[in-house]
Design a protein around this ligand. Structure first.
Ligand code: F0G
Length: 425
C-alpha cells in the first residue's frame, strides 16, 4: 500500500521520505494518506485480536498490532515501548456526576510514559529512524516531552525538549530529565516554545515531533481502532476529549473516518472537545462562527497540559467536527477540579486536563445537548501521578476553597484510641 503525505488544504502530495511538516505549496497541514484500503475488515479484526497473544514485539504494541491501518513503516524501524492496549473502564460515580446512565473511560494515561502521547510518539520516532534522524525535538506542556524523551532514548537519538519555564507539572519534567533529554526551559509559554522549535527544525537537521508531524497522528489514530475493538466494534454515540493543541481530536477523527471508509465500522461517533475557559481559542472560534482561529495571548489554566493559546491543528480539528458532528465547550477551573476528584473516586484518577471531559459531559447534559441514555466515552489523556501537586492542593482545600470532594489527610496521635475515634468520624 503506497503511503504519501497530502496537504489537507490544497491536496498537494509529498513522498514520505521527504522531511516536511507543512505543505510546501500553501503551508497547510499534512496528512499521511494511503492509496488502497488495508484489506478485508473481518479478517483484519481477527488478526488484530490474535496478535494480543503473540510474543513478537510489534504485536504486543497497541499501536503496531493495528499496523495494516498505518502501513507507512518498515517493521525493522519500529521503536516501541509496548504502548497502547490501554483500559476501557466503566466509571459509575463519574456517570452519576455527569448525569448519564453509564459512562466509559478510555484511560490513555495507562501508557508507558503515562499519557496518550506514547501512541503517537512510537510512530513519530519510528519515522524519525526511517529518515535517519539523529536528533529530535519538540515543544511541550510536559507530556509530549516526556514521551519523546523516552522513545528517543530507546532509539539512541538525541532529544531536545522545549518547555515553558516553570509551567509544567513536576512528574512530567522529572521524566524528561531521567530519560536524558536536553531540557530547555524557555522564557515564555508553550506557544512561544512551539514557534521557536518550528523555526529551528525548518532550518537545522533536527526532526520535529510535535503533533503537526503527521506521523504522530498516524500512531494516535489507533486509539479509535482499539476503542472500537474493546466495544465489540460497536461505535459509541459520543467521544469526549480535552482540546489543547488539537492533535488528539484530529487523530481520533482521522481514525474513525478511515475505519468507516475501510468498512470496519458502520457510523461515526459525535465528538465533543472540551477546553479550559482561560485557554479556549478553538471554542471561541466555533462559537463565533469564525472561519479562522484567533490566538489567545497568555492562555491560563491550572490544567497546564492544555494551557495553549495558538493550537496548530485547528483546521484538522474543524474538519473532524464538520464530518463527525460535535461541539466545543469550555469549563471552569472549579469544574475541572471537581470532576477530577470524582474520576478519582471511581478508583481511576487522571491529570487535570483529562478531567475536562467529565466536566464537559456534565455541562452537555445540564444544557440538554446530550441525553442520559447516550453511549459516551471520555478519553482520559494523562495519569493521576503526572501532577501530584495539583491533586494534593485540591484535597487540602488550597486549590478550590470549600471543594466538595476534598479528602484531606487526618492528623492523628500514635495510639489506637485516637485512631478508632478518627475511623468513626
Ligand atoms: N491532555 C493531556 C494530558 C495533554 O498532555 C494534552 C496535550 C492534551 C490533553 C491536549 O491534547 O494537544 O492533542 O489537543 N499536551 C501537549 C504536550 C500539548 O505538550 O504534552 P492536544
Amino acid at each position: 500500500m503506497n503511503a504519501q503525505m497530502e496537504c489537507t488544504s490544497c491536496g498537494s502530495r509529498l513522498g514520505i521520505t521527504e522531511i516536511a511538516y507543512t505543505c510546501r505549496e500553501c503551508g497547510g497541514l499534512l496528512d499521511v494518506v494511503y492509496d488502497d484500503a488495508p484489506g478485508d475488515p473481518e479478517e483484519l479484526k481477527a488478526r488484530f485480536r490474535a496478535r494480543r497473544l503473540s510474543d513478537e514485539t510489534a504485536d504486543r504494541s497497541g499501536v503496531w498490532r493495528f499496523r495494516e491501518l498505518l502501513p507507512f513503516a518498515d517493521k525493522r524501524h519500529i521503536v516501541t515501548l509496548g504502548e497502547g492496549n490501554t483500559p476501557h473502564w466503566d466509571a459509575p460515580r463519574a456517570a452519576a456526576y455527569a448525569g448519564v446512565d453509564r459512562l466509559a473511560v478510555k484511560h490513555q494515561g495507562m501508557n508507558p510514559t503515562g499519557s496518550f502521547k506514547d501512541n503517537g510518539m512510537t510512530a513519530g520516532v519510528t519515522q524519525a529512524r526511517a529518515l535517519g534522524a539523529t536528533t529530535v525535538a519538540c515543544a511541550s506542556t510536559g507530556n509530549t516531552s516526556a514521551s519523546m524523551a523516552a522513545y528517543a532514548a530507546r532509539a539512541r537519538m538525541r532529544a531536545a525538549v522545549f518547555i515553558p519555564d516553570g509551567q509544567i507539572a513536576l512528574g512530567k519534567l522529572s521524566q524528561a530529565l531521567d530519560y536524558g533529554a536536553l531540557t530547555l526551559q524557555i522564557e515564555g509559554d508553550f506557544d512561544v516554545a512551539l514557534a521557536l522549535v518550528r523555526q529551528l527544525t525548518d532550518t537545522d537537521p533536527i526532526y520535529l515531533l510535535n503533533s503537526v508531524n503527521p506521523f504522530r497522528i498516524e500512531g494516535q489514530k489507533t486509539i479509535a481502532a482499539e476503542l472500537c475493538e474493546q466495544r465489540g466494534w460497536r461505535v459509541p454515540d459520543r467521544i469526549v476529549v480535552p482540546g489543547g493543541n488539537l492533535g488528539n481530536v484530529s487523530a481520533l477523527g482521522k481514525g474513525f473516518m478511515e475505519l468507516l471508509d475501510w468498512g470496519f465500522i458502520d457510523r461515526l461517533p459525535r465528538i465533543t472537545v472540551v477546553q479550559a475557559e482561560g485557554a479556549a481559542p478553538f471554542a471561541q472560534m466555533v462559537r463565533s462562527g469564525a472561519t479562522t482561529l484567533t490566538e489567545v495571548a497568555n492562555a491560563t489554566t491550572r490544567a497546564t497540559a492544555i494551557k495553549i493559546g495558538a493550537p496548530v491543528s485547528w483546521p484538522k480539528a474543524m474538519r473532524v467536527l464538520e464530518v463527525c458532528g460535535g461541539e466545543v465547550l469550555t469549563v471552569t477551573e472549579a469544574e475541572i477540579a471537581e470532576a477530577k476528584a470524582v474520576i478519582g473516586s471511581d478508583g481511576i484518577g487522571c491529570e487535570p486536563a483529562s478531567a475536562t471531559t467529565v466536566a464537559g459531559l456534565r455541562q452537555l447534559i445540564a444544557d440538554g445537548l446530550a441525553t442520559p441514555d447516550e453511549n459516551v466515552v471520555c478519553v482520559l489523556t494523562g495519569h493521576l501521578l503526572k501532577d501530584p501537586d495539583y491533586t494534593v492542593e485540591y484535597h487540602f482545600g488550597r486549590l478550590e476553597p470549600g471543594a466538595a470532594h476534598a479528602n484531606a489527610p487526618v492528623r492523628v496521635a500514635s495510639n489506637l484510641d485516637a485512631i478508632r475515634i478518627a475511623l468513626k468520624s
